[in-house]
Write a protein that binds this ligand. Structure first.
Ligand SMILES: C[S@@+](CC[C@H](N)C(=O)[O-])C[C@H]1O[C@@H](n2cnc3c(N)ncnc32)[C@H](O)[C@@H]1O
Length: 284
């Protein structure tokens, strides 16, 4: 089961009241949504969106299988107004890492897939085996902020000339061989940043976020709250800058001067929460 991150803080900021409506753009296993539904009963609703299909059923819950970048269209189609709060809990659920067998985790031997939306065409395998060395360097630098992007990209291109790179353990081994020894003993695993970069590219994650934030702000009713939980600095920067720009235009009030991070207790209980940052705005 996915443990919802920063649940207490999300409820505090969304502050769901009887009859209010919320959009959960990253429904996942419904942890946040179910907690909201307990608060906005008996007639408040939640519109939940996710790339993954869900089997959860609840009278006041509308589930849509889709991309949150289509937020406005989804809200219009479901005539889901007025909206008191919107939540984006970005990234992947623990199910994706542990159970999906789509190659998100660098630990085992899984196919190089990494698609969140199994209907989309681009896979990690295509990126690794077909993209040019320059393109690989670009995504490793831009989306992974990886120090050894050049030597890793070079080594991928050399290896794939003899044999297609077919699974995550082959990729992990190539990464391991292309970086200096000391780096392998860093606190974070040596393959983390490259796997992150490929995943972001496969799912166009940063562009989806960039497209969604303005839609979310315009859909909220005045005084409505937008809560965003991000898991790495690239996402957090996009959120922070969007909030800052819209604040300067007088469109919102920033409720979290600094991002909120999980307590020590939460990190022990749920280690995946350790990199979470939560930012909240209130529409004017
Ligand atoms: C961290 S999980 C959310 C967990 C959820 N809050 C819970 O309590 O169970 C992020 C979810 O967002 C989904 N997701 C990521 N990008 C998406 C996108 N562009 N459109 C729709 N869903 C997306 C993933 O499939 C994943 O289920």
């Amino acid at each position: 089961m996915h443990k919802p991150v920063l649940i207490k803080e999300v409820l505090e900021y969304l502050n769901p009241q009887k009859g209010e409506n919320f959009v959960d753009c990253t429904f996942g296993f419904g942890g946040h949504s179910l907690a909201i539904l307990k608060k906005n009963k008996p007639n408040g609703k939640v519109l939940g969106i996710d790339f993954e299909k869900s089997s959860l059923e609840e009278d006041r819950l509308i589930l849509v299988n889709g991309n949150f970048a289509d937020l406005k269209k989804i809200v219009e189609k479901n005539d889901f107004y007025p909206i008191n709060g919107i939540l984006l809990d970005l990234g992947l659920s623990s199910w994706h890492f542990d159970k999906s067998n789509r190659g998100f985790s660098f630990k085992g031997e899984e196919p190089l897939d990494m698609r969140l939306n199994s209907e989309s065409e681009l896979t990690a395998e295509e990126i690794i085996n077909e993209w040019s060395e320059e393109e690989l360097i670009r995504i490793f630098e831009e989306y992974g902020e990886e120090r050894y992007s050049k030597s890793i990209a070079k080594s991928i291109c050399r290896n794939r000339t003899t044999k297609k790179i077919g699974n995550t353990s082959q990729l992990r081994e190539i990464i391991r061989q292309s970086i200096p020894g000391g780096y392998k003993h860093n606190r974070i695993n040596f393959a983390t940043k490259i796997f992150q970069a490929i995943r972001i590219a496969v799912n166009d994650e940063l562009n989806n976020l960039i497209k969604t934030l303005p839609q979310a702000l315009s859909l909220l009713k005045p005084k409505g709250r937008l809560v965003v939980i991000s898991f790495h600095s690239l996402e957090d920067r996009i959120v922070k800058n969007f909030f800052k720009d819209e604040f300067k235009k007088g469109n919102l009030e920033i409720l979290t001067k600094k991002p909120i991070i999980p307590s020590k207790e939460e990190i022990i209980f749920n280690p995946r929460s350790r990199s979470a940052k939560l930012r909240v705005i209130k529409k004017i």
